[in-house]
Design a protein around this ligand. Structure first.
Ligand code: GDP
Length: 318
C-alpha cells in the first residue's frame, strides 16, 4: 500500500535540505538582537555562503525559569516539515512559527490538534495483532521511569486511561489508545528496567523493533529522554538504532521543570539536551525534531499535539 511507505519516504525526502549549513549546535547564551535573526534569514533566502550563520533565538515555554536564557538554535538545526518553505519568510514571523521549547517549524498542516476524546482500544503482543483500521499512529517509548505515563496522562488529560498500560500484564504490550476516533497514541514497553531479567529485556527489544520496522501506519516514534539527568548510554543506543533504521523519530525531553543543579548531576536540562543531540547527530542525516516537556507544568503539551497534527495531516494527504 502506498500510504504505508510514506513515513520513511518523507524522512528521506528531507535528508539533504538545500540550505544545509555548517554552524554550531544550539547554544545557551543570551539571544542575539533581532538584527542577527534578520541577517540569518536574508543569508538563507539568498542562498549565499552560510558557513558562519548566527543562531536564531527560540521561543521558550512560559514555564521555564526567568533566570535562564532562552535557547538559541541555528537554522540548520531546525526541523522544517515537508512542503514548508521558509526561504522568503520575514525573520520575526519565522520566530513565531517555531514551536516553543523545540526546533520545530509549524507548517500549513498544523490543525486539528486538540484531544477531545481518548479511548483505550487494546493491548497487543505482536505487530500483527495491532488495530488494522489504517489510522495513523505515534508510538511513545523510553526508559522505565522517564515519565511516559505522566506524559500520556498529560496529553489525553485522563489519568485513569494513561494508567491502563501500567496494569499487570500490559506493561510488556503494545497499548493502543484511539484519539478523536481519528488516530492512535501507542504506549510501548519501557526499556532498561534494571531488575528485568536479561532474556526478557531481549524479548522486549525484539518485538518493539519488529513493530518499528513493520508497522505501516506508524507516522513517528516519540523517543522520551529524561532531560533532568546526564545522558544515558541506553537512550543513545535506542536513538542510534532508530536513526540507522530510518525510523522517523521525534525526541521528547521530559522533566524539564527539574532545574536544581546539584540534584541533577550539575547540569541543567538544556545542557543535557545539547549533549544528547551532539552525541546522536552522527546517526541522522538531518536533525530530528525535538521538544522540551514537563508533565508537572504541562510545558510542551500543546507543542507535541501540534507537531503530531502536522505530521499526521501530511501523512494522510500523501
Ligand atoms: P514511566 O515509568 O516512564 O511511565 O514514568 P512515570 O510517568 O510513572 O514517572 C516516573 C516518575 O517521574 C514519577 O515519580 C513521576 O511523578 C515523575 N515524573 C514524571 N514526569 C515528570 C515531570 O515532567 N517532571 C517531574 N519533576 N517529575 C516527573
Amino acid at each position: 500500500m502506498m500510504l504505508a511507505q510514506l513515513p520513511r519516504l518523507y524522512l528521506s525526502s528531507f535528508a539533504k535540505p538545500s540550505f544545509y549549513l555548517t554552524s554550531s549546535h544550539f547554544n545557551l547564551i543570551n539571544p542575539k538582537p533581532p538584527v542577527t535573526i534578520a541577517r540569518t534569514i536574508i543569508s538563507f533566502a539568498s542562498k549565499s555562503n552560510l558557513a558562519t550563520v548566527e543562531p536564531i533565538p527560540l521561543p521558550v515555554s512560559d514555564s521555564t525559569d526567568l533566570d535562564d536564557a532562552p535557547v538559541e538554535i541555528s537554522l540548520d538545526k531546525l526541523f522544517i516539515p515537508p512542503e514548508t518553505d521558509i526561504s522568503g519568510e520575514d525573520p520575526a514571523s519565522l520566530t513565531t512559527r517555531i514551536l516553543k521549547g523545540s526546533n520545530i517549524v509549524l507548517s500549513k498542516y498544523a490543525r486539528d490538534a486538540q484531544v477531545v476524546q481518548a479511548d483505550y482500544v487494546k493491548s497487543s503482543v505482536r505487530t500483527e495483532d495491532c488495530p488494522a483500521d489504517g489510522l495513523p499512529e505515534f508510538a511513545l517509548v523510553g526508559r522505565s521511569n522517564v515519565g511516559k505515563s505522566s506524559l500520556l496522562n498529560s496529553l489525553v488529560r485522563r489519568k485513569r486511561l494513561a494508567l491502563t498500560s501500567k496494569k499487570p500484564g500490559k506493561t510488556q504490550c503494545i497499548n493502543h489508545f484511539r484519539i478523536n476516533d481519528k488516530w492512535y497514541l501507542v504506549d510501548l514497553p519501557g526499556y532498561g528496567y534494571a531488575s528485568a531479567p536479561h532474556e526478557l529485556k531481549q524479548d522486549w527489544n525484539k518485538f518493539t523493533k519488529d513493530y518499528f520496522l513493520n508497522r505501516s501506519t506508524l507516522v513517528s516514534v516519540f523517543l522520551l529522554v529524561d532531560a533532568s539527568i546526564p545522558v544515558k548510554q541506553i537512550d543513545l543506543e535506542y536513538a542510534s538504532w532508530l536513526g540507522q533504521n530510518q525510523v522517523p523519530m521525534t525526541m521528547i525531553f521530559t522533566k524539564c521543570d527539574k532545574r536544581k543543579k546539584k540534584k541533577n548531576g550539575g547540569k541543567k536540562p538544556e545542557e543535557n539536551i545539547k549533549e544528547f543531540q551532539d552525541l546522536i547527530q552522527g546517526f541522522f542525516e538531518t536533525t530530528p525534531p525535538w521538544i522540551m516537556t514537563s508533565s508537572v507544568t504541562n510545558q510542551g503539551r500543546d507543542e507535541i499535539l501540534l507537531h503530531m497534527a502536522q505530521l499526521r495531516n501530511y501523512w494522510l494527504k500523501h
